[in-house]
Design a protein around this ligand. Structure first.
Ligand code: MRU
Length: 351
């Protein structure tokens, strides 16, 4: 399996995604601040992977904290949580993971005989549980989503929603993997995904690693390929899904969704329940991260644009729910109206 991130006795080890596909190197974060840094610099990226990384960062910070009392550890933990929460604003999985670790902290702290040592062990176990649950969710999502894909044909994806964006197997790419495992003959078209090139660098690398036929296209080629009937389905991941089913995902996803609708091609979104944010009513309230201009002005250290020109670099966009054919989660496949199907699923899970 692709080792996106893993807890080790020395710290959290990350496959350095900024160096793929040409170099397979690892970064060892030995402090929570270093974990925050690898999230900001996108050594690790992708909503579910960011969430579990933050959980591991909190476990690591608690392990390293010199606190000798529970209140002192709680004070340190609060600072760590604020630092990790300030890394990237769009993927709700980050805030979900931090909240879950905070709740675990409170439960452990109120258990009889609690000490900083029992808290540290419990937090490490919780982060590792989240890692295992993420892989399990991806596999279940794959099983739910695979029947939606054609038995044979082209599937377009945008960005990287694969093993590299999760703890393993992937969301959108997990569905593709599952379909291929069940005997479908799929050809994946990977949008290059300007400006960070998650499609050209990461999706292409990971699918070739698994022997799944893949073609990279520049982002502006999708319409033409759809018109040529090379694409039978689109499947992408998500960074946050609002209560009405609006989907925030990598910039350019909205373009693809409109193109798919125009060409009569189904547009699927695969995401774990930790990506669903029922507290955010619509996509209009989803915070969109603005990334540094240099990601657009330069490539591989070389300047592409004239000095002083205006630059836009929103990392995500919002695809209105009306373009989404189905949302694939580990709890099942949801259909419109999403305001109802998301809420019904949430209520059913709470019973
Ligand atoms: O900026 P990134 O690379 O973190 O953006 C990632 C995406 O947009 C993914 O599609 C999304 O997080 C889903 S990953 C399973």
């Amino acid at each position: 399996m692709i080792p996106t991130l893993e807890w080790t006795s020395e710290g959290v080890r990350f496959l350095d995604q900024t160096r793929l596909p040409l170099e397979e190197t690892y970064v060892l974060a030995t402090t929570y601040q270093q974990v925050a840094d690898v999230i900001v610099t996108m050594v690790v990226r992708g909503a579910p992977a960011i969430g579990v990384s933050a959980a591991m960062g909190l476990a690591l910070g608690a392990k390293n904290s010199p606190a000798t009392t529970t209140p002192a550890l709680a004070a340190d933990f609060d600072i760590m949580a604020r630092t990790l929460a300030a890394t990237r604003p769009t993927a709700v999985n980050l805030f979900w993971a931090i909240e879950r670790m905070k709740q675990r902290f409170s439960a452990l702290a109120s258990a009889p005989g609690a000490t900083p040592a029992t808290l540290r062990i419990g937090l490490i176990e919780e982060a590792q549980r989240m890692y295992d649950e993420d892989i399990a969710a991806c596999r279940t999502m794959g099983a739910h989503g695979a029947p939606l894909l054609p038995k044979q044909g082209g599937v377009l994806t945008h960005c990287n929603a694969g093993a590299l964006a999760t703890c393993g197997y992937g969301t959108a790419l997990g569905v593709i993997r599952s379909a291929v495992e069940q005997g479908s003959h799929l050809h994946v078209y990977a949008d290059e995904t300007r400006p960070f090139l998650q499609g050209a660098r990461l999706t292409a690398w990971e699918l070739m690693h698994d022997g799944i036929p893949t073609t990279v296209l520049c982002d502006n080629m999708a319409a033409s390929l759809m018109r040529q009937r090379k694409i039978q389905a689109v499947i992408v991941g998500a960074d946050r899904i609002a209560a009405n089913g609006d989907v925030a995902n990598k910039i350019g996803t909205y373009n693809v969704a409109i193109l798919a609708k125009e060409h009569g091609i189904p547009f699927y979104v695969a995401a774990p329940w930790s990506t669903i944010d029922l507290k955010t009513p619509t996509g209009d309230s989803i915070p969109i991260e603005q990334r540094p201009q240099i990601e657009v002005t330069h490539h591989a250290g070389k300047q592409l644009t004239p000095n002083g020109v205006g630059i836009e670099n929103p990392a995500f966009d919002v695809t209105p729910a009306k373009y989404v054919t189905a949302i694939i989660t580990e709890r099942g496949v949801l259909r419109a109206p999403y305001a109802d199907s998301l809420q019904e699923q949430e209520t059913a899970a709470a019973i």
